[in-house]
Every structure is written in C-alpha cells, then in structure tokens.
Design a protein around this ligand. Structure first.
Ligand code: GLC
Length: 558
C-alpha cells in the first residue's frame, strides 16, 4: 500500500454571497466554433454561418450553454479572420448579415448563447482607415489612428524600435509614400497585414464602442476579446532590453507592448456598455478576454468586478501531465482569481493549440492510447472544477492533431513568417468529420468531390460525429454525460473546492457537500478515494479502484 500524502484541508472558493446570485456565465460551458472548419453549407470546402446554424441541434444535444464564433467579418484572411477589414459585416465566404440574423434567431430558440470574436488590438491592412492612412501624409490624422513613426539610422532605414512581431520578423514595416520614396514605418505586433491600432487616440475607443453596439443591437450575448492584454503600447515605444526573449514563445511577454495599465480603462468601459444593455432587457452579456500575462495575480486584475467577466486561464492548458503540477495551478487560480468576484475560466484547448489528445500523448509510448485516456481524464477534471469552461470544436470527438499536413497546404502565417513548423496551428483546424468513410466526411453539402480547405486524413473516419453519437464509450458521450451532470448536480459549476488526501499521482477533491472528483495521473491503478460506484468515469473503473490515466466523479457521504 502506498503511503497517503497529506494536504491541507483547505477550502478554496468564492464566498457564499457570490454562490447565491446566479449569473449564467459564471459556470457556463462554451463551445468554440472555428467557423471555417465546422460545417460547410455552400460546397466550397469552407465552413460558414449557415453551417453553424445547421450544426446547432448537434450542440444542443451535447449540452453546451453557448458558442463562441471565430471571426467571420470581411477579411483578406491572412490570419483567418483575425485581420478584420470591416468590423460590422460578414465576409461573403461565411454568409451575410441576414444569415447571421437567422443563426442568432435559431440559437435563441434553442437557448444557446452566442459570443462573437472581436479583434481590437489590430485590424487588416485592407481596413478603410489603414488604406486612408497609407494614402495620407506623415503626421496626418489618418496616420494617428495607427502607430506610424520615422525610422532610425541613415535615411530612416532601421525600424523605430527593436520589437519583434509575435509571428516572426520585426514588428515594423516600412511604407512607400505618395511620392514613391520609402517613408515611415508602422507597427504590427502580428503580421504586416495586421497593423496595430493606436488606442491613445480617442477615435479608436469611439469606433469600437460603435462596433460593440452594432452587434449588441443584433442580439449577441457577448464577445471573446482577442489579445485582451494588448491594445495600449508604452507611450514612447522604447527599445526592449531583451527583444529575443520577447518573441521566443507565442505568449505575449514584451512588457512594453502588452499589459499596459491603461488597457483596464477599456475593459471598464466595455463592461459598462454591457451593463447598459442588461439594464434594458435583463439579459447578462459576457466579455471573455484572451489574456496572456505572466502571473495569475496579473490575470486576476482583468476580471475585477467592473472589468471583464472572464479571462481564459491558460496556465491549465500549459501544465504538464502531473498531479502536483495540476494541484499547484488549480490552487493558484482559485486563490488569485476567486477573490475578484469572478470565477476561473478553464481552458484545455483552442484554435491556437495542439489538440489535447496529441499534447498529452507526446511523451507516451506510441500506440499506448495514453494521449486519449489522459485527454478524457483532463476533460472530466476541468468540468469538475469550480467556474466556467471552454471546449474547442472536435475535442468532444477526441480528435487528434493532424501533424503531417504537407508544407504546401499550410496556411498559418506563423509557418510562412518563421519557416518553422514549431508553433504551426493548421493541425488543429482541419475541417471536422461528420459522417462517412472518406473526405469530406459530410463536412460539406457539396458532395464527395469537394476538397476541404485543409485536407482531412483518412483516419478522420474513426472520429466522425455520426460514429461518436452511436458509440456510448465515445468521448462525445462522456462530454454529454458530464454536461448533463453539471446541469443537474448543485455541487458542480460554481462553488468551493477542497483537496482530499490522496496517493501520489492522484489528485482528488470534493465539490460542495460531497461530489468527489479524482484523477490518476500515473499508469498503475490506485485505490478509489471514496467507497462506492462512480457517477461518471473517463474509462473503465472497477468498484474501489481508479485505474491509471483515468478520472472519475463520485457522490460521497462525507
Ligand atoms: C489571438 C488569436 C490567434 C490570432 C492572434 C492575432 O492569439 O487566438 O488565432 O492569430 O490573436 O489576432
């Protein structure tokens, strides 16, 4: 028998006052729809808004509270819609405003909330204001909406500072002035096709106010905010002390370009706009930020009660498969974020990350199935934690990453700007398989001859939604059962978490007055932390036992 380790019998969680007033978003489970890869209604091999509408009954059956739609606005698609040319319209590839209204109405009928993805840090170089800026003079009002600056060195040949762009290369590009001569430089923290807005110019705040209201008036339930620690740059745009370090990871660590104090005023204002709409009709709107900051404490500042409702807590996603590491990260999140009055927003995956099954399988022996088993266990763990959770499309199917897409089909600007496949994101964006034995696997209405925008491998057949629905042992059924239990058991969702003593490699905690969740991070079976039969388990779970790479939920009499 292995010795039990002792952990403080600490209760982590929000105060009862918060537990009593229910706000739907505090423990919502939101499904991320990557529109171009969800379902195609036009036969062009690219998913669209009518496809999302057709897929809503599937999502209703799964039991999610809402969906977040990746950007569908007019865009040259250099970064798949995260380069927005017009914030108040629909790109013809994805439909039109009338189709958007139909989608909203259908979602409303099914009780599914709809969040849009808004990109306020930068726009597209095709945006009318950026084109106007290019045509205008240095020092003009049109250029003041962006960060235009003179270069350094002889004839201004060097960029204004030494910052790197997140996707490789310098963060500045030089323009050609009207007289044909090389001129000023403009700042882009991502690709050159994504010029950064100058938020120190009040016109930008006013414009985004208009954009928010445009979509709120069309009935949306809220927004996912891209690069929400961005927007403001250091006012002097000084050199960074360590520019190499600033871009070595995909996370925003250039402290001069991100996480400036002024950004919090923007979120206070946006929150006030949401509250204004709530005051009119009683429907709570939700702002969820993509916040990449170094510590949980800084993260917590974004979800103070008058700022964003939620901010994705990415630390969970980055945590290696290890019981102690998970315990630490969950404890930190609970301690730092619960005090703000918000809840933690858990994420294990999204359209920028290697899919969970593949990530957790990386160090495991080939063919061991450990990646899938761990991904299932991690999902049950996440869905048992207090707070809200986001699930990226295809994760409910246990879809692995497509790691062997040939170079010539890769579309991610990270690949084209760095020449490296290291952080390339196409592999998690391959169009979903719905049915059948061969590509396009029911993804499109266009018939069997249609080529999907990224090629689907043959082995996708095994993961089609049709098969998943028919097999009660599938990932899909586990997710559905977990979501149903979340809806019916008061211990789940928001509330407290108390760690239980457990064997090494096992993480065990109690929710509320007796729901126990335990995860065995090891490979050898452990003893179940409480007597009885699990309510739900991520794999076969004999009574009294918790097999390796398995999570289970029990209702215990504690
Ligand atoms: C966010 C998005 C990512 C995009 C980037 C630039 O990180 O999630 O997909 O490329 O912002 O907008």
């Amino acid at each position: 028998m292995q010795a039990l380790r002792r952990h403080d019998r600490q209760v982590l969680g929000v105060s009862l006052q918060h537990v009593r007033t229910h706000h739907w978003w505090r423990d919502a489970v939101i499904y991320q729809v990557y529109v171009r890869s969800f379902l195609d209604s036009t036969g062009d091999g690219i998913g669209d808004l009518a496809g999302v509408r057709a897929g809503l009954p599937y999502l209703k059956k799964l039991g999610v509270d809402g969906i977040w739609l990746s950007p569908f606005f007019p865009s040259p698609q250099h970064d798949h819609g995260y380069d927005v040319a017009d914030y108040c319209d629909v790109d013809p590839v994805f439909g039109d405003l009338a189709e958007f209204d139909l989608l909203m109405a259908a979602a409303r009928r099914l009780g599914i909330k709809v969040l849009l993805d808004i990109v306020p840090n930068h726009c597209s170089s095709e945006h009318a204001w950026f084109r106007e800026a290019l045509a205008a003079e240095p020092g003009s009002e049109a250029r003041a909406r962006f960060h235009f600056a003179e270069g350094r060195g002889v004839d201004g040949e060097e960029p204004p500072n030494n910052w790197h762009a997140m996707f490789g290369g310098p963060a500045w590009s030089r323009v050609t002035e009207a007289d044909g001569r090389p001129g000023q430089w403009y700042l882009h923290m991502f690709t050159p096709e994504q010029p950064d807005w100058n938020w120190r110019n009040p016109e930008i705040a006013a414009e985004f106010d208009r954009v928010l209201r445009f979509w709120l008036d069309r009935g949306v339930d809220g927004f996912r905010i891209d690069v929400a620690a961005g927007l403001y740059k250091h006012p002097e745009l000084p050199d960074s002390d360590d520019p190499e370090a600033d871009y070595r990871t995909r996370d925003a660590i250039n402290q001069l370009a991100w996480n400036q104090p002024e950004v919090h005023d923007v979120w206070r204002h946006w929150r006030a706009v949401c509250e204004e709409y709530t005051a009119r009709d009683g429907r709570e709107r939700l702002l969820v930020g993509e916040v990449s900051v170094p510590t949980a404490r800084e993260h917590a500042e974004y979800v103070r009660s008058d700022e964003l409702h939620q901010a994705f807590f990415f630390d969970l996603l980055r945590t290696p498969w290890d019981a102690d590491a998970f315990r630490k990260v969950v404890s930190e999140a609970m301690a730092d974020i619960a005090g703000t009055g918000s809840t933690v927003t858990w994420v294990l995956n999204n359209h920028d990350q290697v899919r969970t099954v593949t990530r957790y399988g990386e160090a495991a022996p080939e063919g061991s199935g450990l990646g899938a088993a761990r991904a299932r266990a991690a999902a049950l763990l996440m869905l048992a934690l207090p707070g809200a959770a986001y699930v990226y499309q295809g994760e409910e199917l246990g879809l692995p990453e497509v790691v062997d897409l040939p170079d010539d089909v890769l579309t991610d600007p990270i690949f084209h700007r760095t020449g490296s496949r290291m952080h390339v994101r196409d592999g998690c964006r391959v169009p979903l398989p719905w049915s059948g034995q061969a590509s396009p696997f029911g993804f499109t209405t266009g018939g069997d001859g249609v080529r999907t925008w990224l090629p689907q491998p043959e082995w996708f057949a095994e993961y089609a939604t049709e098969r998943a629905l028919a097999d009660t042992r599938s990932f899909w059924h586990m997710y559905r059962d977990a979501l149903q239990l979340r809806g019916s058991l008061p211990q789940l969702g928001e509330g407290t978490l108390r760690w239980l003593d457990s064997e090494p490699d096992v993480l065990a905690f109690v929710r509320g007055d007796g729901l126990v969740c335990a995860v065995n991070f090891g490979t050898a079976p452990a003893t179940a932390p409480v007597p009885g039969t699990p309510l739900l388990a991520s794999g076969p779970c004999p009574a009294g036992e918790l097999p390796g790479a398995t999570a289970a939920w029990w209702l215990a009499d504690l």
